[in-house]
Each structure stands twice: as C-alpha cells, then as structure tokens.
Design a protein around this ligand. Structure first.
Ligand SMILES: Nc1ncnc2c1ncn2[C@@H]1O[C@H](COP(=O)(O)OP(=O)(O)O)[C@@H](O)[C@H]1O
Ligand SMILES: [Mg+2]
Length: 252
C-alpha cells in the first residue's frame, strides 16, 4: 500500500489551473495517497548542453489521470522517463510511493514491478506472437509458464483482442498493436501506466478508442495514468495537467 506522506513538500498537480472539469468533488474522489513526488527535478544533457528538464516540483496521487503537455522538445519524454525509471535525474529528488528513486535505487525492479509503459510506436517484438509479447514482462515476476499463458490470454481479452493471441505484430493494425502493448503494460499489475504519445501514430478514431481503453483502466482499476501529449484535445481529457515549456513547468 502507498505510504502516507503527511507533509508533502511540493505543490500538487491538482494545483495546476485547469478547466472546469476539475470540480473539487471530482478531485477529492480521485486523489489517493501521494504516489509520485518531485522536488526541484532536473535532467541536464552534456550533449548539446541542454537542460531538458529544470526545477520541476509536483506531486501525483494514486488513481489520478494526469496529462504532461507541451510542444515538441519541451521535455515531456524526459520527465516521463525519469518517473518511469528509464533515466536518472541530474538534479533534485524523486519519490515513488514514499521511497526515493535515486542513484542507489534498483530502477529495473521499479520498472518491472510498478510501471507499465505504452509508447507511440508500440515496440512489440516482431518475432513474437501477441500473447508472447504480453508475456515478456512476466518473466521478471514469479509466474509459472501456465500462469503466464493464461494471464496473457486474459489480458488480451481485457483489451478487446480475444482470438488474436497467435497473431504476429505484422498481422495487426496499429490500433490492435497498441492494444497488445497496453495488455503487455498490464502484465505485472502495475499501479502506474506511463503512456508517451500513445495515439501519435493512429488516426483520430482509433486513437480515441485507445485513450478510452486507458481511461477505463484508470477509472475501474484505479491505475494511476500519466499520458504525455502535444495535443491539447488529448490533454483536456485528463483530470490534471502538467504543462511544460522549455523544460520547465508553467501554468497555462
Ligand atoms: N539523449 C539526449 N541527448 C541530448 N539532448 C536530448 C536527449 N534527449 C532529449 N534531449 C533534448 O532535451 C529536450 C527535451 O526533449 P524531450 O524530452 O524528448 O521533449 P518532448 O518529449 O517534449 O518532445 C530537447 O531539446 C531534446 O533535444
Ligand atoms: Mg517526446
């Protein structure tokens, strides 16, 4: 269970001014314990001498649906990668579930146990079937082969792909491939899904159905959902927005 931090040191994503959908009732019904807390977070790249992210302080609570929004190059992917433990910050502090994600942390373990990733270009392994792709993260957990296989089938059913278990990625449409990627993200029952431009490669109707699937997981399973997008219409669907410009959080 998330540890309760009685005195969060940073402002909350809730504080980011956002449209009328953020009624206090809705906020209080969707804000659990603090899951992610960043304080003065930064990522400098020596290559090009770029501050891809600077001085980001925010917190995100269990069960929230947050959009990280900003123009191309504003630092969205950089921030998402830090939250997901795909990268380490060069400044500041980041806590997940009350524990620091720092130089001593086992980021592989954090990613495997806590985070499901969904990317714009799916990243399915081309030589594995849909069901085998879904099973890949399960090898890091304690499932038997029979459990892996049953769970993959169940997850594919959950994302609307019953009967597609044995399809190869090349035999799937973009929307279907993204559904497989979402099933794979759910493999180890994460509390958090990080989606980087998940609709970026899809037509608007298919993209909409993918967003609705992610939103349903957020709503019905209380999975915290963070979606990176440059698309204001996508961002408007989230309950809260973290807006980035030139590597800094800005208020709209
Ligand atoms: N590996 C890297 N090395 C050097 N600079 C990088 C690297 N990754 C990203 N950047 C730079 O950091 C900034 C933010 O990039 P990114 O987080 O990918 O933005 P966004 O996802 O909002 O498009 C950009 O200026 C980009 O060029
Ligand atoms: Mg990006």
């Amino acid at each position: 269970m998330p540890q309760h931090r009685s005195e969060p040191r940073s402002s909350q994503a809730d504080d980011v001014p956002s449209p009328a959908s953020d009624s206090p009732t809705r906020q209080s019904s969707r804000g659990g314990d603090v899951l992610i807390e960043a304080q003065g977070l930064g990522r400098h790249y020596d290559e090009g001498n770029v501050d891809a992210l600077a001085d980001a302080s925010f917190c995100i609570r269990t069960g929230q649906y947050v959009a990280i929004v900003g123009k191309s190059g504003s630092g969205k992917t950089t921030l998402l990668n830090l939250i997901g433990g795909l990268d380490r910050p060069t400044r500041g502090e980041l806590h997940y579930d009350g524990r620091p994600l720092d130089a001593r942390s086992d980021l592989d373990r954090h990613r495997c146990r806590n985070v499901g990733f969904v990317f714009q270009s799916y990243y399915l392994l081309p030589n594995l079937t849909a069901a085998e792709n879904v099973q890949v993260p399960m090898f890091e957990a304690d499932y038997t082969p029979a459990e892996r296989s049953a769970r993959a089938k169940e997850l594919l059913e959950q994302v609307g792909l019953s009967g597609r278990e044995d399809h190869m990625p090349s035999q799937l449409s973009g929307g279907e491939a993204q559904r497989v990627a979402i099933a794979r993200a759910l493999a180890n029952a994460p509390k958090l899904i990080l989606a980087d431009e998940p609709t970026g490669a899809l037509d608007s109707e298919t993209g909409d159905s993918i967003l609705r699937l992610l939103e349903e997981l957020n709503r019905t399973q209380a999975i915290t959902l963070i979606v990176v997008t440059h698309d204001e219409a996508v961002a408007a669907r989230a309950d809260h927005r973290l807006r980035l410009a030139d590597g800094r959080i800005v208020t709209p």
